[in-house]
Design a protein. Structure first.
Length: 449
């Protein structure tokens, strides 16, 4: 996009008058990014919903440790394994666990399936008025707009009682997948000039099955494919209160605002490439690397290109190796470990995927050495969930447009659980402080300036 001379001048004016030296943040002890000097997060609240373990503290220093993610105290790896052994879709079980605090018995799980199926249909004329008539190039923006629009279809939108919050949570968890798939189909038709198709809802399907059913023209998918998508959704469902999108939901919820405003904020946060949008950026980065490195098995050639990425010479010039490193995890991200294992098992059955998987594995191996060489950064880093999730989605033939929206659809369970916990237990508006660096100045009349 061409920038006008007038706009360039205005931006120059802004830059001249709006600089804050980095030394000032240290001088006043400002914890940028709400991070302590050692990289740990500033304690902003208490939660019983989940826990993210990535390091130990020894003599006030962080010691790298194996990553563990627990939902209500239960290791997510054990939840995944338990559902797999029973050949049962697990996302709905995770929804119950996060919202209510304990694993459901069979009767409770059946009741939840019935409730979610009941709420799956969108309000009358919603798809036509809110999605078809206003297409969006970006599905995440359409999700946020649609969630805000649901306020107008709710007969009791501002009631923050537990009963009403639960009802709204079930509706959002059930309806966001349909909103996502409708938005994707309309985007295909309007911007990609492809056919769009809308299949009738099958209430007997799990959420994972309903998504695959909706995005495939022939509605065909295998049992294993549905279980793999269900696994991805389980791993993305929740990640403690400190992640940016969940914190955004809690900040807005602390004001007493409606659930639709709070969840839309979470979606907007998750869209960012430093948060949930990273899974899409990983695939963009890897495709760029594949195009410019002629020998994917050469450690030297891959290493040299990664150095160029970090030096902002190639790629999107951000200097980031997307999918590497995490705010909490050090030695490993348990979600990435599970997804990597799945990708490794699936790769040989898909044309060209074995070579791609091996390239991903090589980038994962080389990235820490690149950061050490370029920045002198010796911090222990590992692949995070975004690094392998896109590769798994590609194996499921899921369009890249849906990578981050699928994250949002999955995370709805965690967002709703945290909103309810914030309203029911914290009961105080969040209001951190900012130190002003401006000095007192007299007002000067315009003809004297």
């Amino acid at each position: 996009m061409r920038v006008s001379k007038e706009l360039q001048d205005l931006c120059s004016e802004f830059r001249e008058n709006n600089q804050i030296p980095m030394a000032k943040f240290d001088l006043y002890g400002v914890k940028r990014g709400l991070r302590n000097p050692d990289g740990t997060g500033v304690l902003a609240g208490l939660t019983q919903i989940s826990n993210v373990h990535g390091y130990l503290i020894n003599d006030s220093e962080r010691v790298p440790d194996k990553g563990i993610l627990t939902y209500r105290g239960i290791d997510v790896a054990d939840i995944v394994e338990g559902c797999r052994k029973a050949d049962r879709f697990g996302y709905e079980e995770v929804v119950w666990l996060l919202l209510f605090g304990k694993l459901p018995v069979s009767a409770q799980l059946e009741k939840l399936h019935a409730v979610l199926s009941f709420y799956r249909e969108l309000p009358e004329n919603f798809a036509e008025d809110m999605i078809l008539k206003a297409p969006s190039r970006n599905i995440m923006n359409k999700l946020a707009r649609s969630v805000l629009a649901l306020y107008s279809y709710d007969e009791n939108p501002d009631d923050i009682s537990l009963e009403n919050s639960m009802r709204q949570s079930f509706q959002l968890i059930a309806q966001l997948p349909a909103i996502m798939t409708y938005a994707y189909q309309v985007k295909r038709r309007r911007f990609d000039k492809q056919s769009m198709f809308f299949h009738p809802v099958n209430p007997s399907q799990s959420i994972a099955e309903s998504i695959l059913d909706a995005i495939r023209p022939d509605r065909k998918f295998t049992h294993d494919e549905a279980h793999l998508l269900d696994l991805c959704m389980m791993l993305h469902a929740e990640h403690s209160g400190g992640n940016n999108s969940t914190f955004a939901v809690r900040v807005l919820s602390s004001t007493g605002t409606d659930i639709y405003s709070a969840i839309a904020a979470g979606i907007g946060s998750l869209k960012g490439p430093k948060h949930g949008g990273a899974n899409h950026r990983v695939m963009m980065m890897m495709r760029d690397l594949m195009q410019h490195v002629d020998d994917w098995g050469s450690e030297k050639k891959v290493y040299d290109y990664l150095v160029k990425i970090v030096n902002k010479e190639v790629g999107d010039h951000s200097g980031l190796i997307y999918g590497m490193g995490h705010a909490v995890y050090t030695l490993s991200d348990p979600r990435a470990v599970i997804l990597k294992s799945e990708a490794e098992k699936l790769a040989p059955a898909h044309d060209g995927m074995k070579e791609k998987f091996e390239l991903f594995e090589l980038v994962e191996k080389l990235a820490p050495k690149v950061f050490e060489e370029v920045h002198g950064d010796t911090k222990v880093i590992s692949a995070n969930v975004d690094f392998y999730s896109g590769l798994v989605y590609e194996m499921l033939n899921i369009p890249t447009d849906l990578y981050t929206p699928l994250f949002a659809v999955s995370r709805m369970a965690g967002w709703c659980a945290h909103r309810i916990e914030e309203i029911e237990t914290a009961k105080r508006i969040m209001r951190p402080a900012y130190r002003s660096l401006s000095k007192s100045k007299p007002y000067i009349p315009i003809d004297e300036r």
